[in-house]
Design a protein around this ligand. Structure first.
Ligand SMILES: Nc1ncnc2c1ncn2[C@@H]1O[C@H](COP(=O)(O)OP(=O)(O)OP(=O)(O)O)[C@@H](O)[C@H]1O
Length: 616
């Protein structure tokens, strides 16, 4: 198949660079990060730190014991008449013990890192979800928010790298301290030489880490698109349409071209990193051999003992390796700290819709109803007003139907009632006070909404109904009564597992329901909730004629004395309402009872006539 070029969004900012100042500033995230890790498990945190401290002293101790052994052996070879080797074997035993201890501590530390990492990942995921629950719907509809969320989500796993990085860093620093002290005793210039030897590769690593972070960050939207394509290309939710419309080649091509572009950018970076890395490390190695020559010369001239030679050469090699490690870790540490910024950025997003500090008691029962006063609303990502100059009253106990063409603003009106959004103009009053003066949770608790795009939870049938009032999820009687009222009981009676039957095909022995069956289950949620205002957004679109008729008979009884709003394109449903509000392009076109509007012979009468003629 010929490879077609498929256009897609370009990376937003491929030149994004992170300055040194930003890198050091990002280290400021470490205390907050360690607080999170500490909260995940104080015991593991402390244990980990303690074991690493002990392990830090082992390299210098091992080298020193090695020096003592060699000096003793040389001594012994000079005095052929003495055969007291006990001291040597004792020293060998100590070195062996140190080696075993180092390995055991290494394993224990790795184990603690991994356990701590798992606990941290779980805890951060919970916090991520808890924070998401506080945010506004509008924030979820914003692509840049999703990029932040995605980057934050990536922070929840694999953060042990940072954890072991910082702990390892401290451990290495202490090790270097011991070894460097030994070197300084012989010649402090050796330390300076080491610093010169490690600097080139440190600078190189930093440069490439920074570029790799910039690339990865600027490609967040594209990586999200890749995840999305991978999902729709292989998922039970999309398989049907992908097959029928033959979309797989289209999706695969799109995935291929986007992932190839990313691969090329990454490859260029990786190759240049490998090339420069080799050159810069070779410079460091040259420095090391310079010092080695000096040490060997001193031993040849008998200025130092053989034991000293091995100790110095070993210390020099280890200090160089450790310093390189520390500096390398430092650069990836600042990088990790920058990634952490994404996590904290996400936690710093504050919702705009929230309860006031002093709330008004929620009326029970509602006496006057909801009053829209010149309400206007525009979605943030849109130039158009979705609703404008909207004024009307939803009286207490009234059954109101919303009618209008697609995109007229019906669902938007309902979202404003439930304060999923706040009006940009005008205000909505409840019993004389602005909705914003009431407690948000109480308001939402008193309003039950079943949206047209209700969620099909891949959970049990019982839970799918109980979500209407999740605190009552163990109240089986309530769930069953709700199911009877929404006609879901007939659906559930056919399921092998009854109310415990897993729905949807994603997990275990889940079964899929038809569109109308799902709708009956979702409708049950409205009956679970003892709300004062019940809103159904096209609740019966997927129901057959008999079921629809029955649902509305029952719904009438349920909402007796309560207020309700029904959005429907079916006039057989709409005509049962006390009043009908006709929306056109986000504005109120007309409002009145079925008969009043027919008499008026306006838009409602026209649409009603159109539908009625269709049935003749
Ligand atoms: N999340 C959103 N972001 C931006 N614009 C939106 C969003 N949701 C809806 N709109 C726009 O707002 C307008 C009103 O949409 P709304 O969903 O309220 O219409 P509706 O009357 O319920 O339509 P339908 O009968 O098709 O369900 C439409 O032009 C729509 O494109």
């Amino acid at each position: 198949m010929a490879k077609k070029e498929i256009p897609h969004a370009k990376p937003t900012d491929t030149k994004e660079q992170v300055s040194w100042r930003e890198r050091f500033a990002a280290l400021g995230n470490l205390p907050a990060f360690f607080r999170l890790v500490w909260e995940a498990s104080p015991g593991l945190f402390l244990g980990n730190a303690a074991l690493r401290l002990i392990r830090a002293a082992i390299p210098a101790a091992t080298l020193y014991v090695g020096k003592l052994i060699i000096d003793q052996v040389v001594d012994l070879s000079k005095h052929i008449d003495t055969h007291d080797t006990n001291h040597i074997w004792w020293l060998v035993g100590v070195e062996f013990g140190l080696a075993i201890l180092s390995t055991a501590l290494g394993r224990a530390v790795a184990l603690m890192d991994s356990l701590l990492g798992d606990l941290f990942a779980n805890q951060t995921s919970v916090r991520l979800m808890e924070h998401a629950a506080t945010l506004d719907l509008e924030q979820f509809e914003d692509a840049t928010f999703y990029d932040k969320l995605e980057r934050a989500r990536r922070q929840t796993s694999g953060r042990t790298v940072l954890l072991s990085g910082v702990f390892g860093q401290v451990q290495e620093l202490i090790s270097v301290g011991f070894l460097a002290a030994g070197l300084a005793v012989y010649n402090p210039w050796l330390l300076l030489l080491i610093l010169v030897a490690v600097t080139p590769s440190f600078i190189g690593d930093n440069y490439f880490n920074q570029r790799s972070y910039s690339l990865s960050r600027s490609w967040t939207p594209e990586r999200r698109e890749l995840d999305y394509l991978r999902f729709i290309g292989a998922s039970d939710e999309t398989a049907k349409e992908v097959k029928i419309f033959g979309l797989s080649d289209f999706l695969i091509d799109r995935f291929r071209s986007l992932s190839w572009e990313y691969y090329l950018k990454n490859r260029a970076l990786t190759i240049s990193r490998a090339g420069w890395g080799t050159i810069l490390t070779a410079l460091g190695t040259a420095g090391y051999y310079g010092a080695y020559v000096w040490i060997v010369m001193r031993a040849v001239n008998s200025q130092i003992s053989l034991g000293d030679l091995t100790f110095l050469a070993g210390s020099f090699r280890q200090v160089r390796g450790s310093l390189e490690g520390i500096l390398l870790q430092f650069s990836s540490l600042t990088q990790e700290a920058i990634y952490l910024q994404d996590l904290f950025d996400y936690f710093a997003i504050k919702p705009l819709i929230h309860s006031p500090s002093v709330t008004r008691p929620f009326p029970n029962p509602i006496r006057e109803g909801f009053v829209f006063e010149n309400v206007g609303f525009k979605y943030t990502n849109s130039e158009r007003w979705a609703l404008r100059n909207l004024s009307f009253t939803l009286q207490a106990g009234e059954k109101l139907a919303l009618v209008g063409e697609n995109g007229a603003g019906k669902t938007t009106l309902v979202k404003l009632l439930a304060r999923l959004y706040d009006p940009a103009e005008g205000r909505i009053l409840l019993d004389g006070y602005d909705l914003r003066e009431y407690d948000l949770m109480e308001l939402r608790h008193n309003i039950g909404v079943i949206f047209q795009d209700y969620t099909r939870f891949k959970m049990s049938a019982g839970v799918n109904i109980a979500v209407g009032d999740i605190d009552e999820r163990n109240n089986q009687t309530r769930i069953e009564t709700s199911a009877q009222q929404s006609l879901a009981d007939t659906v559930i009676a056919k399921l092998a597992g009854g109310y415990d039957q897993q729905l949807g095909r994603s997990f275990g022995k889940g079964v899929e329901l038809s569109g109308g069956e799902w709708q009956k289950v979702a409708l049950g949620r409205a009956y679970m909730r003892d709300a004062q205002l019940i809103i159904l957004d096209e609740p019966t679109a997927a129901l057959d004629a008999r079921a629809e008729y029955e649902v509305f008979q029952r719904f009438g009884k349920l909402t007796d004395g309560k207020s309700s709003v029904i959005i429907s394109h079916r006039f057989s449903t709409v005509r049962m309402a006390d009043r009908i509000l006709v929306l056109e392009n986000g504005t109120l076109h007309e409002i009145g009872s079925h008969y009043e509007l027919l008499e008026k012979d306006g838009r409602y009468a026209e649409l009603f006539g159109l539908q009625a003629r269709g049935y003749q």
